[in-house]
Design a protein around this ligand. Structure first.
Ligand code: NAD
Ligand code: UDP
Length: 336
C-alpha cells in the first residue's frame, strides 16, 4: 500500500471518529482548556459563551481554526444546533462572580441545564454536566464520597451557586430516567492553572498575584480551612474520560486532587515559590465558607482509570509562570 493511500485511510478514520462537540462556557478558564484538548483530538468544537465571567482572551488563539466556532449566547435561552456531544460548563465559578448577580447564577444553572438537556434530547447527543464539590456544602463527611448528600444552606450568599448546581444535577438524573438522555455528572473540586482570571477572587489566583506584586497575602478567617487543588490539565483529562466511558456510567463522580492543604500552607508555599516578601494578613471569613474539602476519588480511579498527574508544587510552578508573564506584559503595555 502506498504512503498516500495510508494517509487517506488515516484521514478517513479521523473524520469518522471526529465529533461535533458543544462546549458551553467554552471561553472560561476550564472551558477554554477543554476546547484546546478536543480540537487537538481532531473534533469540531462549537464554543457558546455570553462572556459573563470571561473575555475572548482565553480563546483568541482558536478564532482562526476552521474546526472552531464561537457563538455569543446566554444558555438561559434556548439554543438550536446539531451536535454529538455537549459539555455544559457555563456558570460563573468564583464566589465573587457568582454572588455578583445571584439570580442570574441560579438561572444559568437551572434554565441553562433545561435548555442544554432539551438540546441533547432532540439531537440524541451525550451531555456532561460540570457540577461541583459545593453540592456537599460545608461537609460533615470527610473526605467527601459521592454517596454523601451534603450540608448546604439553602438561603445564604453561596446558595445561588450550590443549590443551582444541585438542581441541575436533579435535572440531569431526571432527563436520564424520564427521557433516556445519555447524561454524565462530574463533581469538580477546586481547580487552578493558567487562564484563571487574575481578579476573580479565587484563592490560588489571589495569592499568586498578591505575591508577585509584593502585596499582602489575604487569608480569610484564621486560614485553617482546607481545600484540595487539582491542576487544570488533570481535570480536563478526567472529564473527557468521563464523557467517553460507556453509557451505563452516569456518575456523579468526584474529580479533584485528594491532597489537602490549609490556606495558611498554600499561602506559605506560594510565598516561598515566588520568593516574595509579602506579609500574611487576616481578613474576615466569608459567610458559609466551608471548613474542609477533600475528594474521595476511588470511583474516578476505578471507573475512569484516572488520578491526578500533577501535584500542587508542579501545578503552582506552571501557574506562577503564567501569571508572572501576564503581569509583566500588562505592566509593559501600561507603560507604553
Ligand atoms: P469561569 O467563570 O472561568 O467560566 C465559566 C464560563 O461560563 C465563562 O466563560 C462565562 O462567561 C460563561 N457563562 C456564565 N454564564 C453563562 C450563560 N448564562 N450563558 C453562557 N455562558 C455563560 O469558571 P470555570 O472555573 O472555568 O468553571 C467552569 C465550570 O466548572 C462551571 O460550571 C463551574 O461551576 C464548574 N466548576 C469549576 C470549578 C473550579 O475550581 N474552577 C470547581 C467546581 C466546578
Ligand atoms: N480565601 C482566602 N483568601 C483569599 C481568597 C480566598 O483565604 O484571598 C479562602 C476562602 O475563604 C476559602 C478558600 O480560600 O476558604 C478557597 O476560596 P475560593 O474562593 O478559591 O474557592 P471556594 O471557597 O469556592 O472553595
Amino acid at each position: 500500500m502506498s504512503i498516500n493511500s495510508v494517509q487517506a485511510i488515516d484521514a478517513k478514520a479521523l473524520r469518522q471518529s471526529s465529533k461535533r462537540i458543544l462546549v458551553t462556557g467554552g471561553a472560561g478558564f476550564l472551558g477554554s482548556h477543554l476546547c484546546d484538548r478536543l480540537l487537538a483530538q481532531g473534533h469540531e468544537v462549537i464554543c457558546v459563551d455570553n462572556f459573563y465571567s470571561s473575555t475572548k482572551e482565553n480563546i483568541k488563539h482558536l478564532l482562526d481554526n476552521p474546526s472552531f466556532e464561537l457563538i455569543r449566547h446566554d444558555v438561559t435561552f434556548p439554543l438550536y444546533l446539531e451536535v454529538n456531544e455537549i459539555y455544559n460548563m457555563a456558570c460563573p465559578a468564583s464566589p465573587v462572580h457568582y454572588q455578583h448577580d445571584p439570580v442570574q447564577t441560579t438561572k444559568t444553572s437551572v434554565h441553562g441545564a433545561i435548555n442544554m438537556l432539551g438540546l441533547a434530547k432532540r439531537t440524541g447527543a451525550k451531555i456532561l454536566q460540570a457540577s461541583t464539590s459545593e453540592v456537599y456544602g460545608d461537609p460533615v463527611v470527610h473526605p467527601q464520597v459521592e454517596s454523601y448528600w451534603g450540608n448546604v444552606n439553602p438561603i445564604g450568599p453561596r446558595s445561588c451557586y450550590d443549590e443551582g448546581k444541585r438542581c441541575a444535577e436533579t435535572l440531569f438524573f431526571d432527563y436520564h430516567r424520564q427521557h433516556g438522555v445519555q447524561t454524565k455528572v462530574v463533581r469538580i473540586f477546586n481547580t487552578y492553572g493558567p487562564r484563571m482570571h487574575p481578579n476573580d477572587g479565587r484563592v490560588v489566583s489571589n495569592f499568586i498575584v498578591q505575591a508577585l506584586l509584593g502585596e499582602a497575602i489575604t487569608l480569610y478567617g484564621d486560614g485553617t480551612q482546607t481545600r484540595s487543588f487539582c491542576y487544570v490539565d488533570d481535570l480536563v483529562e478526567a472529564i473527557i474520560r468521563t464523557m467517553n466511558t460507556n453509557d451505563d456510567f452516569i456518575g456523579p463522580v468526584n474529580i479533584g486532587n485528594p491532597s489537602e492543604f490549609t490556606m495558611v500552607e498554600l499561602a506559605q508555599m506560594i510565598q516561598q515559590k515566588v520568593d516574595s516578601s509579602s506579609e500574611l494578613v487576616y481578613r474576615p471569613l466569608p459567610v458559609n465558607d466551608p471548613t474542609q474539602r477533600k475528594p474521595d476519588i476511588s470511583l474516578a480511579k476505578e471507573a475512569l482509570d484516572w488520578e491526578p498527574a500533577n501535584d500542587l508544587n508542579a501545578g503552582l510552578t506552571k501557574t506562577i509562570n503564567y501569571f508572572r508573564e501576564r503581569i509583566t506584559n500588562e505592566q509593559l503595555n501600561n507603560a507604553t
